[in-house]
Design a protein around this ligand. Structure first.
Ligand SMILES: [Zn+2]
Length: 220
């Protein structure tokens, strides 16, 4: 899942407009950013199987980023950092960012084939496997993000503010998603980690530009 995770960032930014948007976007993918880094370091393992439907990822071993207990700890840590950084200007900044980080695990639970552990070392693997129905999975992802963006745009229009930055960011995410879906041989495991990291950094960069455009036009 790439695009769908960002729905939570958009919702958080809509509800807590004084949070930097790039931070909301980064928070929704923090667990995957950690995954990309740990895959590069060889700590977490992924196999590529082009025969798999939806996503070629066979996420063999990722206890430190994608187990339930670790996801909760990552959320807690991000929440504490957010409280320190933005708690003064944005009430409940830590709660919002923590919730967005944790939403990643819940969304992964829906799309992943069973590969999510409860805690490192636990033999149980969870995942509802929506990736096995690739078209439905893509529809749900883009649909979720589209709904969140539509709501955000409506909030802005009702407040007589420009919705252009929000729409520009949505367009950029759609383009990044399409680029990621381009046919071709899937890269090696470490290439896959790098591709994911590049996508997240690009999404955060565009979000930062949205923040800049907003500050010029509009004070929340
Ligand atoms: Zn993930």
């Amino acid at each position: 899942m790439f695009a769908g995770h960002f729905a939570a960032s958009v919702a958080a930014r809509g509800m807590a407009p004084k949070l930097p948007f790039w931070a909301c976007v980064g928070a929704s993918q923090l667990i995957d950013i950690g995954w990309g880094v740990l895959v590069q370091l060889g700590v977490e393992k992924v196999r590529i199987d082009p025969a798999l439907p939806g996503s070629p990822l066979d996420l063999a071993y990722m206890p430190w980023t994608h187990s339930l207990v670790m996801a909760a700890l990552w959320s807690l840590a991000a929440g504490l950092v957010a409280t320190r950084l933005w708690g003064k200007e944005q009430p409940r900044a830590g709660w919002w960012i923590g919730a967005v980080v944790f939403s990643h695990w819940l969304a992964d639970l829906v799309v992943h084939r069973p590969d999510l552990q409860l805690w490192p070392g636990n033999p149980l693997r969870l995942g509802l496997g929506l990736w096995n129905l690739p078209e439905v999975a893509m529809l749900v992802e883009i649909g979720l993000l589209g709904l969140a963006v539509a709501w955000w745009v409506a909030v802005r229009v009702l407040a007589r503010q420009s919705a252009r930055p929000a729409l520009g960011w949505f367009l950029a995410i759609l383009v990044l998603t399409l680029v990621g879906e381009l046919p071709g041989d899937p890269p090696s495991p470490s290439g896959m980690g790098l591709l994911a990291l590049t996508g997240y950094v690009a999404a955060m960069l565009v979000a930062w530009l949205v923040d800049r455009a907003d500050r010029r036009r509009w004070t929340p």
